[in-house]
Design a protein. Structure first.
Length: 266
């Protein structure tokens, strides 16, 4: 595979409506704030004053400062006018944390790819390399995490030169520290139908089966009927929190389908 350089961070020309994006505040004006889109080089958007906060905004500078990085939601895009309208107030707390974590991870991943090219003294097509890694693992960062755990096996079938594989593994191990966050919740499940025990088992099995990020896992077990514990383990606190919420929600939904009752108690 021949690797040739492509401008770092090159993505689609414009984000789509509903996307969450990372932006940096550039100018604050009376009617809002102009921001540069970190993931879309050369693109600028506007946060209207009405989209800054759910509360009344008297002075924008009480809420934003120049140079600040924000997670924003895309409201409108008009490529013909180069216009991108954005919202801060419509981004939830969890969305903000998860998007910022994703962005930081991919930024680190890009720096590792660039360091590999510099170390090998070769130009490379960053987009092509990212596409190969993302196609297998969902993101470049997850691919490099897999390289830390599995070594050369992580790149099997990707048709990467051996020296690239060795260098990426070396850099990934030096720059990526695998972490885990564990969260638990206690739920109460009851079902008085003849198959009530099976209904509870089904609820816990379905909770363990919810979609999980790579390396994440769920445990579900009794702590004394009708109380049960669900444990979520993931690579970051936001991922573990989101996964736990999904598992709890699934368990409660399933028990109710069996004409039982469920609730989260702690």
């Amino acid at each position: 595979m021949r690797l040739t350089r492509k401008p770092e961070g090159e993505l689609e020309d414009y984000p789509e409506v509903g996307d969450l994006i990372i932006a940096t505040v550039k100018r604050i004006v009376g009617y809002g704030a102009y921001v540069s889109l970190d993931e879309y080089p050369g693109k600028e958007g506007l946060i209207h004053i009405s989209e800054i906060s759910t509360k009344w905004v008297r002075n924008i500078k009480d809420h934003l400062r120049e140079g600040e990085k924000l997670v924003l939601k895309v409201l409108r895009v008009d490529p013909s006018r180069g216009q991108i309208d954005l919202s801060l107030r419509r981004v939830g707390g969890r969305e903000k944390v998860e998007k910022m974590l994703e962005w930081k991870r991919e930024k680190k991943a890009s720096s590792i790819l660039k360091a590999a090219a510099d170390q090998l003294g070769e130009s490379f097509n960053l987009g092509e390399l990212k596409e190969k890694l993302s196609s297998k693992y969902g993101s470049v960062y997850e691919a490099l995490e897999e390289a830390v755990m599995e070594g050369e096996k992580a790149f099997k079938g990707l048709d990467l030169p051996e020296k690239w594989v060795e260098t990426l593994i070396e850099l990934a191990k030096a720059k990526i520290k695998l972490e885990e966050s564990k969260l638990t919740a206690t739920i109460e499940l009851t079902c008085i139908t003849p198959d009530g025990i099976d209904a509870i088992k089904d609820s816990l099995i379905k909770a363990k089966g919810v979609k999980k990020p790579r390396r994440a896992r769920i445990r579900a077990y009794t702590i004394g009927a009708p109380k049960y514990r669900i444990e979520a383990v993931a690579g970051s606190y936001p991922e573990a929190e989101s996964l736990l919420d999904e598992a709890v929600k699934e368990a409660i939904n399933v028990i109710r389908k069996h004409n039982g009752e469920g609730r989260r108690i702690e």
